[in-house]
Design a protein around this ligand. Sequence first.
Ligand code: PMP
Length: 454
Amino acid sequence: MIAELSRPSTLADLIAAERERFLAEHPRSVAMAKAASAVWRGGVPMHWMGDWACPSPIFAAQGVGAQVTDIDGQLYDDFCLGDTPSMFGHGEPSVAAAVADQARRGAGFMLPTASAVIVGKLLAERFGLPLWQAATTASDANRAAIRWARAVTRRPVVLVFDGCYHGMVEDAFVVLKDGQPSMKPGLLGQVQDLTATTRVVPFNDLAALEAALAPGDVAAVLAEPVMTNCGMILPEPGFHDALRRLTRETGTLLVIDETHTISTGPGGYTKAHGLEPDIFVLGKAVAGGVPAAIWGVTAALSARMDEAQARIGPGQSGIGTTLSGNALAMAAMRAMLSEVMTEAAYARMLAGAQRLVAGLEGVIEAHGLAWSVVHVGARVELVFADPPPRDAAAMRKILDQDAVEALHLWLINRGVLIAPFHNMMLVSPVTEDAAVDRLVAAVDAFAVAVGEVE
Ligand code: PMP
C-alpha cells in the first residue's frame, strides 16, 4: 500500500493522483507493458486492451467466476466481463470441459459435427427463428446480414441509428454531426463515401425514421433493441412496434443485433418484448469467450435468400470465414445454450442487477446528484445526467470524458473493473452480492471525492 496522497483540488489533480497510485501498485504490469511494446504495436495485441483509464495496461493472470487477478496479484470484481463474452463468469466449468474435450478431438474440420445439429435446435427454440448460420464475430455476422439484405431486396441503402456500434462494420460507421450524416471521425483508410449508402437517424425519432424509409431504397434497418454503445438509451414506449410496422410497410428488412441486449433474458430482448426481426444477430457471450457468433433468419427470408443465390449461382456469396462454425465453437455454444444461459442463471443476474441499480440510485439520492441509472436486464449504465438522454446527440453533450476517466480509474484502484469508454456494468450469475456492494461503495466514495474537487 502507498500512503494516502494529498487531497486533490481539481478533477485533473484527482486523475493525476490516481494514475500515480496505479503505477505504484502495478509494477509487474508496467514492466510487462514495456516488454510487450517491443513486439506489439502500442504494447498490446489488440489496441482496445490499451484503452482502459489506467496509464498502463493491466496484464491479467486469471479469472475465476466474476473476479480477475492481475500479474501484480491485485484482485478485481469484474463488471466488464471481457465486454460481454464472459458475462456468465470466467472459467465456466461446463464450457471449459466442452472446449477442452473438443480441442483434444479436433478443433475444426471444415465439416459439421453432431453438436451443430443440437446447437441449431437450441437456437431455434430459444430465439424463435428457424434457420441459422455461424460466424466468428458479431461484426462478421452483421456484415453477412447486411450483404444478404442487399442481395435479397436489391436495394443499396442500410439504415442505422445515430450513436450505434455493430462491430467492425463499415456500413454502420455513419453518425449525425450537427444533424448531418457524416462518416465517424477516426475512421481509418475508408475510401468510399459511406453516407451514400448508409442513412442515419436519431434513435426514438419515428418521424425521421419514417422519412428515411419512405423512398423505398433501404435494404435493412440494423438496430440494437436498446442502444448500449453510446451510454445506454432505452427505446421509448411504442418505438419497436412502430419500427416493425414501418419496415414492413416499406419492404425493409429488420436486423436486430442482440450482442449486448442478450443481458435481458434467455431469449434476449427479442423474446422478452415480442420483437419480430427478419434477421437476429448474436455474438460474444454465445460461446462463452470462444470466438463465435450466430445469425438467424425467418423461413420467408431464407426462401428469398435461396432465390438471390440462384440468381448468381452457387458458391458466389463471398460471405464466410474459415473458422466460422467450427467444432470448437459448436462445442462451446452447445455448453452455453444447454447448461449456462439458463433461466436460473438469468434469475441470479437480474437479481444482482436490481441490487446494483438500487445501490447506485441510493448513491445518487444521498448526494443529490444529477445522475441516473439505466439498465437492460443484467447490463447497467450509470449516466451523468438526469433524466437520461433519449438520443445520441443529447448523450454526446452530457458525456463528460474526464469524469468517465476519473470514475474508471478510481474503480480500478479500488479493485473494480467496468467496461471502458462509458459507465457500463454487467452482472453475471456468479457475481456475489458483496461484490455489488463493494462497487456501490466505491462509486459512493467517488461521488464524495468529485464533490470535493468541484
Ligand atoms: N454488436 C454490438 C451491439 C456490439 O456492442 C459489438 C461489440 N461491442 C459488436 C456487435 C461487435 O462484436 P465483435 O467485436 O465481437 O465483433
